[in-house]
Design a protein around this ligand. Structure first.
Ligand code: SIN
Length: 523
């Protein structure tokens, strides 16, 4: 049996919830599908905060400038301007909706993070900013009777007919069988793909399914080679790679090597607050130089009471693992954190496939270029989630839902009963991604990774496993294509930035990689 609704939103992070609210405000019926409970997304785990121009000494041009520098020549200036200028308005609206950012003496408190020229990062409950976003957006969405949230419903395919996205196929959590929903348009807000890597700060849901589904449905993908590795994920044997927020270095944390020596001065004059890609590569170099598996984050110069108040979640997690953030050296090493590339969109979330919109980490809007500025992602989800919802409502509001005779191009009939992402495929892909498509890459490592993914893809895989290995192949192929180093992409065989590659990689099903000077497909 198939269902229909006006609009489908896939994902319940900041972008998905904000898009659903925009659609509901336009009078539409919205079904939000999410593969876990509604609060489980990358947004929920965002610690550091949200960058926004709200303090007296800040200006939009400064935030724009910092974002463009971090993006290493590949940001779309209009996208950055949209993010920064509209971001302030949307954050004020979020505050009106009940989001509680941390304050002192009744005033908002702004913290510092790497590569920001001003203290402009708002945070909530110390280090649980994303969770506060989710809490307040779920409460706001709950006040819209036309929004239905469907948790534990994993979407596996986008359905298309006559070159248009017409709906989705998902696994019904009760029937435990595939089911179809049709709509005027689908808004993809499925987040990133940190789980492609053996070591990641991302939760288990961040497997990048939305990117793979969009690719199979025929949408353009852009800049897939640009992966951000966070420098300081906790690195304790047997413990999850819990994020130790960049804000800890922003507040004065120091990185030391295995001999206890502060080492960032050897690599960059901005020390611990150099851009993330530089700090991550410096840590790798220092671990190699000293033959050690980790370096250490040292917070001991700061007051214990301040640290426990400022970073309560990190304090609690470290304490449970036997570490005192105020007294101990905290073992850290880099882990995959954020995808700058994704589904190519214009400034209103329109992809190259009619009927398919996207917002948040699943996209490439040109906001981040080759490297995302810290704490710009919650802002991106908010601004572009709202814009995608508004655009979908105004572009497609008058259309009627087309059901039946749609196809899902990532499935073959016998796979429909094999839904799970197999543990063996997942483990093998993650290991190859970490070792060969990781922080440092070269032609040979990438060639071998691509060959291995091609081999895995030949097996009789479930749809979810096929999505996963295909996505890994896209990242590896784009990294192979880009014969230079820029932002989050570092080729040891091409260590310099090359003017010839000041362009975006574009991948489309059935075509060889091309390049484009513009992200916006409509330009
Ligand atoms: C962090 O708290 O370090 C992560 C924030 C971000 O990735 O923007």
């Amino acid at each position: 049996m198939s269902l229909s609704t006006d609009f489908i939103v896939i994902g319940s992070g900041v972008a998905g919830l904000r898009a659903a609210i925009a659609l509901a405000e336009a009078g539409a019926q919205v079904t939000v599908l999410t593969k876990d409970k509604a609060s489980e997304s990358n947004t929920e785990y965002a610690q550091g905060g949200v960058a926004v121009v709200l303090s007296d000494d800040d200006r939009a041009e400064l935030h724009e400038g910092d974002t463009l520098i971090a993006g290493a020549g590949l940001c779309d200036e209009r996208a950055v301007e949209t993010l920064v200028t509209e971001g302030t308005r949307y954050i004020k609206q979020l505050i009106e909706w009940g989001t509680e950012f941390d304050k002192e003496g009744g005033n908002l408190v702004f913290t510092q993070e790497a590569a920001h020229s001003r203290r402009r990062i708002l945070h909530a409950n110390g280090d649980s900013t994303g969770a506060e976003f989710v809490r307040s957006l779920i409460a706001r969405a709950g006040r819209e009777p036309s929004i239905s949230l469907l948790p534990f419903a994993a979407t596996e395919s986008l359905l298309t007919a006559d070159g248009r996205c017409t709906g989705v196929r998902y696994l019904d959590p009760i029937l435990r069988a595939p089911r179809e929903v049709f709509a005027k348009a689908v808004i993809l807000c499925t987040g990133g793909a940190g789980q492609l890597y053996q070591h990641t700060t991302n939760p288990p849901v961040a497997t990048g399914d939305g990117m793979a589904m969009a690719y199979f449905a025929g949408a353009d993908m852009a800049d897939m080679e640009f992966i951000q590795f966070h420098p300081t994920a906790l690195s304790l044997e047997g413990a999850p790679r819990f994020l130790l927020s960049e804000a800890m270095r922003g507040e004065g944390g120091i990185l030391r090597n295995a001999q206890g020596v502060r080492f960032m001065g050897r690599y960059d004059e901005r020390l611990e607050l150099a851009p993330r890609d530089i700090v991550s590569r410096s840590i790798v170099a220092e671990m190699r130089r000293t033959g050690s598996r980790t370096v250490f984050l040292d917070m001991t110069a700061l007051e214990g009471d301040f640290l426990r108040h400022r970073f309560p979640k990190i304090d609690e997690t470290c304490r449970a693992l036997g570490l005192d953030i105020a007294k101990d050296m905290l073992p850290v090493s880099p882990a995959s954190h954020y995808c700058m590339g994704g589904v190519r969109t214009d400034l209103w979330g329109r992809t190259t496939l009619p009927g398919l919109y996207a917002a948040g980490e699943v996209t490439c809007t040109g906001v981040h270029g080759a490297n995302r500025l810290a704490s710009n992602s919650l802002l991106e989800g908010l601004v572009f989630g709202a814009r995608a919802g508004e655009a979908a409502a105004s572009d497609s509001g008058q259309l009627s839902v087309v059901s039946g005779r749609s196809e899902a191009r990532n499935e073959v009939a016998e796979n429909k009963r094999k839904p799970a992402l197999s543990t063996a495929v997942r483990k093998r892909v993650k290991r190859v991604m970490w070792e060969r498509v990781g922080i440092l890459r070269d032609r040979e490592s990438l060639r071998r990774a691509i060959a291995e993914f091609d081999q895995i893809a030949k097996a009789n895989l479930s749809t979810a496993s096929r999505n996963f290995v295909t996505l890994a192949g896209l990242v590896a192929a784009a990294a192979f294509w880009r014969e230079e180093s820029r932002g989050g992409h570092f080729r040891t065989d091409f260590p310099e930035q090359e003017e010839a590659f000041r362009a975006h990689s574009i991948q489309r099903l059935g075509d060889a990689i091309t390049s484009s000077e513009r992200i916006d497909p409509g330009e």
